[in-house]
Design a protein around this ligand. Structure first.
Ligand SMILES: Nc1ncnc2c1ncn2[C@@H]1O[C@H](COP(=O)(O)OP(=O)(O)O)[C@@H](O)[C@H]1O
Ligand SMILES: [Mg+2]
Length: 361
């Protein structure tokens, strides 16, 4: 694993007056670049030919480096180029989706705004669960085997897939029937089934609060909230029950976009405490804990119980709903604050206070 000392050595060669904010061209890149530009920093985008048009039509990247695929971020030449630009990388969902945590922790010598070790905690469902339980959060139950199913469960396959292929079952029989159907349609493999994760399905609404842990200010901030817009589950309500039964529709949870959300105010107390506790716990699990953005994925029931089913220890795409501002960012900062800009602001403060080593790993 790359040590902080090794990253410090890379930083020593950096011209701190010419820091460039870099990321992979996808997920929340526009958010990150816009924020960096608004704080007067330079930007570099590593992207594939397929998505280059995005960064041409929204010209926020000062440098565009084209790669055939995202794993090329690890190529020596690309890393050297990024280091020459004094790049600090902002990890987002595509880092963990296209590169494995081993590669991120051991082969990427470009300083990262964030804690690499926590990306590993995030990638592993058991570790995630341990982290959230230690923080005292309420979690959905898990079922070790399909035979234990005694109520609604959501069956999840290994690795973040943006919810693709997840399905619901309410008994051992319905689980077996659905697995058989998915196998015969080639949607999943036997190996996937072995590693399936069965989680209590929380009947409620999904709520994703976006937090920022500032190392410089020693504060946890709530900057926005979103809910997901998922295909096909979010539109099944448009199909009358009669027709649903006729066709035995299997819902899926493929993320298409995000919708901004403003919560009833009393919910904020619990959500703010949850953010603080997750940050405190992370410090004990992997020092210095969370650096910058993180998000909890929760479902809130009719009794206002908040269940957390996932954590992302990095910027989430849901923060894109706040580009410009969100009610919560506005309450704290006035207009023009959002996750991408908050990241850039932290980097700038760190540069000014000569504490850049404290916010990268
Ligand atoms: N325990 C649960 N209860 C209710 N809905 C859930 C639960 N777990 C996941 N979901 C739904 O499924 C979607 C994808 O689940 P998630 O575990 O976040 O997948 P991924 O690993 O792909 O991010 C969520 O956005 C949510 O709508
Ligand atoms: Mg998720």
């Amino acid at each position: 694993m790359i040590t902080r000392e090794e990253i410090d050595r890379v930083l020593q060669r950096y011209d701190k007056d010419k820091i460039t904010v870099g990321t992979l061209g996808s997920h929340s890149a526009l958010n990150i670049f816009k924020g960096a530009k608004e704080e007067g920093l330079r930007t570099v985008c590593v992207c594939t030919p397929r998505n280059e048009i995005i960064y041409r039509k929204f010209p926020l990247a000062d440098h565009v480096i084209i790669v055939e695929n995202f794993t090329q971020l690890l190529d020596e030449k690309i890393q050297e180029k990024l280091q020459r630009l004094n790049t600090i990388l902002i990890p987002h969902g595509s880092f963990t989706a296209y590169l494995n945590t081993e590669q991120l922790m051991s082969n990427l010598y470009v300083p990262m705004f964030g804690n690499r070790q926590l990306l590993d905690w995030e990638a592993n469902r058991e570790k995630q669960r341990e982290w959230l339980l230690k923080a005292g959060l309420k979690l959905p139950r898990i079922f070790r085997t399909p035979r234990e199913i005694d109520g609604w469960v959501i069956a999840k396959f290994p690795g973040a897939r943006g919810g693709r292929g997840y399905f619901l079952a309410s008994s051992y029989e319905s689980f077996e029937r659905k697995v058989a159907a998915m196998l015969s349609r080639g949607l999943v493999t036997e190996a996937d089934i072995e590693k399936i994760h069965l989680q209590e399905y929380i009947i409620g609404v999904n709520v994703y609060p976006h937090y920022f842990h500032s190392i410089i200010e020693n504060e946890v901030e709530l900057l926005g909230v979103d809910r997901r817009y998922e295909s096909s589950i979010d539109n099944l309500g448009r199909i009358p029950a009669q027709e649903q039964l006729e066709n035995e529709i299997t819902p899926s949870y493929t993320i298409i976009g995000n919708i901004p959300l403003t919560l009833r105010e009393s919910l904020l107390a619990t959500l703010l405490e949850m953010g603080d506790k997750v940050v405190e716990t992370a410090k004990r699990l992997a020092y210095p804990g969370i650096i910058g953005p993180f998000c909890l994925e929760t479902a809130i029931t009719e009794n206002l119980e908040i269940y957390t089913f996932e954590i992302s220890a990095r910027i989430v795409a849901g923060t894109n709903v706040g580009i410009g501002t969100s009610p919560y960012a506005y309450l704290k900062y006035g207009g023009k604050m959002y996750m991408g800009r908050r990241i850039a602001m932290e980097i700038k403060s760190a540069i000014e206070q000569e504490r850049i080593n404290d916010i990268v790993t």
